[in-house]
Ligand binder design. Sequence first.
Ligand SMILES: Cc1cc2nc3c(=O)[nH]c(=O)nc-3n(C[C@H](O)[C@H](O)[C@H](O)COP(=O)(O)OP(=O)(O)OC[C@H]3O[C@@H](n4cnc5c(N)ncnc54)[C@H](O)[C@@H]3O)c2cc1C
Length: 492
Amino acid sequence: MYNKTIWKENIKPLLNNKKIKKQVDVLMIGGGIAGMTALYQLSETKKNILLIDKGRIGFGVSANTTGKITYLQDEIYEQIENMYHFEIAKKYLYAQLEAINFLKNVIKKEQIDCDFQRVDSYVFANKKEELSKVQYLKNFLTKCQIEVKEGTKIPLSVPCFQSLKITNSYVFHPVKYIYGLARICLSRGMQINENVRAYDIDKKENLYFVKTNLGIIQAKQVLVCTHYPFFVKPGWIPFKTHLESSYVLATKVKNPEKFSAITITKPISSFRYHSDVNHYLIFASMSDLLTKCKSSTNNFNEAKYNFSLFCSNNPEYQWETHDVMTNDHLPFIGPVSKQNKNLLIATGFQKWGMTNGTLSGMILSDYVLEKNNQYANLFLPYRNFSFKRCMNTVKDGFEVMKAIFCSLIKKQEKQVRIEYKNAKRIGIYTDEYGKEHCVSTLCPHMKCHLLFNEIELTWDCPCHGSRFDIDGNLIEGPSVFDIHENSDVKKK
Ligand SMILES: Cc1cc2nc3c(=O)[nH]c(=O)nc-3n(C[C@H](O)[C@H](O)[C@H](O)COP(=O)(O)OP(=O)(O)OC[C@H]3O[C@@H](n4cnc5c(N)ncnc54)[C@H](O)[C@@H]3O)c2cc1C
């Protein structure tokens, strides 16, 4: 039941058996909401395009989300205004509105069956100290001519000191939506190859050579929509971002309500209902920096306790997930560096990837088609550094150093022990049959120490979020290697 997300249930696989192409105009890596939206946008062009995904499309973080489509986004506008100024925060808001319109129009035009529903959306303060933040948001939206309704409750019995409500937001089934886009793309002759993992990118003259498990693919342009870019250089993204984890629970309910809600500050509590054959209440909480190296058991127990405060049902689905946060609160969408105008990335969605992933698809496809996009500069990955951004980078770097140290000395969970063999640190997990599973505890990505997650039985990197199973097989990047591919500790 752990690590079981509601969104992967009953999703029929794509039928696409085409042989992988080795030379394309545009190679897209990653079929989450960002990659699939970009492919959809390019699906009527004459370009030779290929999308690859290391697993099944739509089964990455987009299958772990809560799937709310809204511009009423916790404290992000205040954070952006503090980092830059009002006009930048306003532009970010308008970009969100455009993404919501895009989603609405595409779902309607293409008749995508994805449980899309208009709902009221709330932001609320569950502590008195947060009232000023709600007030900021109200003033900000009013200044941007957005109507919000103030109140002192949300339609659930949870502590609420003040709330803001908008009526034009939505919820949907993110994976059904992604598969809807994918099927349209396939019907228009686009090619998608699943189970193809990109390992590395090389640039020679004006061409990119992407190393994959099925050989090298040559492309004029590469769109990296892998949630977190799997390379460090160019772009140095690990130094401009940090990760936040969250715990999500879902349970069947009899009477779903038409609203979604989120607390104004962290640790967030986020609520929505979902209806297909059954009705569900979905709740996310315990959001925190991954670098804090917290115990997965404690986090899950606390998430369950929080859930029990307003719902007496036992959760049927529980999963842990994380998203990429940038050091200036704006996503990175576009060319990764000045020298790499044809290597484009989409990451750092700040837990608002349904809109920002959609925007990524719109912006990246405009780059490919050489069209102007009014939001391209706002999200440019190599935008200028400011003093405040540098300070956040230092803070993030310090957190990573702390995590490296903490993961080295932290007592691992009960079922594992650490041994040193030939000066190498080995994590040994003993399964229920007494079999030992040994892995190096060094993450192949940037050599942070992995921590054992006893709830999900995975080895997790507290620095950048890579995850591996008990035998070291890669579950989630940015690492592109299984542990044993990159170390001399072999599977037992
Ligand atoms: C708890 C939580 C709740 C959230 N709730 C919301 C919400 O309500 N609303 C909202 O707007 N946002 C929400 N988000 C954010 C949102 O879910 C994410 O930002 C978004 O899904 C990211 O989409 P993506 O396309 O970038 O990544 P993904 O969906 O992860 O897609 C990336 C794809 O790339 C593939 N890939 C990775 N590496 C490689 C490789 N080396 N080679 C080939 N393929 C590769 C993966 O298999 C995957 O399919 C939430 C996030 C969290 C953590």
